[in-house]
Write a protein that binds this ligand. Sequence first.
Ligand code: THG
Length: 367
Amino acid sequence: MTQLSLSRRLRRTPFSAGVEAAGVKAYTVYNHMLLPTVFRSVEEDYRHLKEAVQIWDVSCERQVELRGPDAGRLMQMLTPRDLRGMLPGQCYYVPIVDETGGMLNDPVAVKLAEDRWWISIADSDLLYWVKGIAYGYRLDVLVDEPDVSPLAIQGPRADALAARVFGDGVKDLRFFRFGHFDFQGRDLVVARSGYSKQGGFEIYVEGGDIGMPLWHALMEAGRDLDVHAGCPNLIERIESGLLSYGNDMTDDNTPHECGLGRFCNTHTAIGCVGRDALLRVAQEGPVRQIRPIAIHGAPVPPCDCYWPVLAGDQQVGHISSAAWSPDFNTNVAIGMVRMTHWTAETELDVLTPDGPRAATVQDVFWN
Ligand code: THG
């Protein structure tokens, strides 16, 4: 079996001791930090996530903190989503684009106060781009990566578990809103959000020292709920259409190609550095776009490179993520498909490492 050589560059997290004690079987590296990918098996973890509740070490969702009078102005320079209506206490899923309109990241922006934001980043070194803009425009803002490590509670029993540790008030949180909750005398930001469609919360754990105490408290409180250590699940996130930066999109894609046009208000997002470039695609629409694709036949192998998508002998796109779905009894996949072939029910072929497979463009994701 191939192994990953651990070292200081592959940063451990405040919860690594708990993750190891829970028997983590595999990791990936995300923002130069360990991210568990398997505990029992991807399929067993999937079943448990959909039926019970899991605690996820998603410390790798690092925060880029903006602090100072120009924090809001800087945040709007980064994204084509109009942030003028956003209030403290809200989280927004925001495409981040460069001057060509190319995707640099797809984080969750957390507005703590008018002059203080966290950008909860996906896997790219966004800090340098943000620091460069702040410096180049001489903005009055501090940009850094604080000691904040998200811990997620995900699954249908997440409300029950969170209430036992943070009190019933946590159940009143609306989707993509956060509140402040006490844990052992510390004030923690807790949001109703997370990288699954099973529901749950994300705790922005400020100060690594309370990481393991919180981990133990959640595990103890959830014993009778059958709480397990878990992690973002490949099958569940493809079924749900949750995109993965670096897998399903890169700086070669516009937000519109990624199906993130609904998170763009390019006309009114004044100040966004990619605005001029995006005004064109916002008007014309993209010529290729992310689509849910069912790949027929037996379970496919892991997708660690683009798999060409063909119409006859012409390439019309590629698959970037794929997995066997036990619940839908088909291989679920995320692909980028040209306009000529992106209509639902279009029959295509996918060149998998196991050979060509019939596939069908879906109308919507599976969940
Ligand atoms: N939570 C937090 N930080 C993160 C992630 C997260 N950073 C890395 C990565 N995940 C960023 N990518 C995503 C992708 C999708 C969503 C969140 C972060 C997401 N999307 C929902 C959807 O598309 O249905 C909701 C979007 C909305 O309606 O606003 O949740 O998971 N902290």
